[in-house]
Design a protein. Structure first.
Length: 292
């Protein structure tokens, strides 16, 4: 028996397996394309012929396959997982984690879900890591091994879907912000402003944004959205100007238009004098039922 098996040796899976090997654990690996396992074999890992064989080789099985469905397919519905803990690092929804947890437990195993908020090069480094959710007793038992994945590795709680909810929530912000910045670069460039000039103009606002994000959470927790500073009316007016200016040059940026529509919705709901944090309760409202 090895200590840990790793299923899936793409860029991230290889990084995960490498970090565990470097941490001194005995590791078994499996990948559908077997040649991807050769470098790890050279470093002392055992290579299994199938996912099931890899699962049988270790009490802890870390899946870095494409998604939860790929994990279930690789192992097969007839597999028995008695005495095994499945640690699934696939990006997915909270429901995916809940469903896979049930699938694993039905086959005698235990389950922990993890989400990776890092690039492969960050795995095993102080600034990289994985957020896990699932039973605390499993986390406590596996913590010394899982901490090999990076210095930010932590346990988010017993609710197995929490890691996915945290990850996707972060990605909604991070990836939308990345897309918005590319749209801003295109906008500025169309008006003759270089990308570097826009970057230098934008970077000082990052610290301001951090301050406002923290304030938003405070306001959401208190349910107090009053302000004597920038209101939703102000944000809507700015996005109206940005949309008009974009149309003037034939640019139809979805991020700008989406933000304009979001603030417009709040204005029409009577929240124009509030902080942008007032979007939070508005977004949680269920749509009114449609008349027959």
């Amino acid at each position: 028996m090895s200590d840990v098996s790793v299923l899936g040796l793409g860029l991230m899976g290889t990084a995960v397996a490498s970090a565990i090997v470097e941490g001194g654990r005995e590791v078994t690996v499996w990948n559908r394309t077997a040649t991807k396992a050769e470098k790890l074999r050279e470093r002392g890992a055992d290579v299994a012929e199938s996912a099931v064989a890899a699962a049988q080789a270790s009490p802890v099985v870390i899946s870095v396959l494409t998604d939860s469905a790929a994990l279930r397919t690789a192992l097969g519905d007839d597999v028995r997982l008695d005495g095994r803990t499945i640690v699934n690092l696939a990006t997915g929804t909270p429901n995916h984690a809940i469903e896979t947890d049930a699938w694993v437990r039905e086959r005698g195993g235990r389950y922990l879900h993890g989400t990776i908020a890092a690039y492969p090069k960050d795995i095993g480094q102080p600034g990289g890591g994985v957020v896990f959710s699932g039973p605390t007793e499993i986390w406590n038992e596996l913590e010394p091994t899982l901490l090999l994945l990076g210095g930010t590795t932590n346990h988010a709680g017993d609710n197995v879907g929490d890691a996915c909810a945290l990850d996707l929530g972060m990605l909604i912000f991070y990836m939308a912000a990345e897309g918005a910045f590319q749209e801003a670069l295109a906008f500025a460039s169309a008006y003759g402003v270089s990308p570097r000039r826009l970057l230098n103009h934008t970077l000082p606002t990052v610290a301001i944004l951090e301050r406002e994000l923290r304030d938003s959470v405070d306001r959401v927790e208190k349910g107090d959205y009053s302000t004597d500073e920038a209101t939703i009316d102000t944000f809507f007016a700015c996005m109206e100007l940005a949309t008009t200016s974009s149309y003037d040059i034939g640019l139809r940026g979805p991020m700008t238009e989406g933000a304009r529509k979001l603030y417009q919705r709040a204005v029409e709901a009577g929240r124009g004098a509030d902080l942008p944090a007032a979007l939070f309760p508005l977004l949680l409202e269920k749509p009114a039922p449609q008349a027959d």
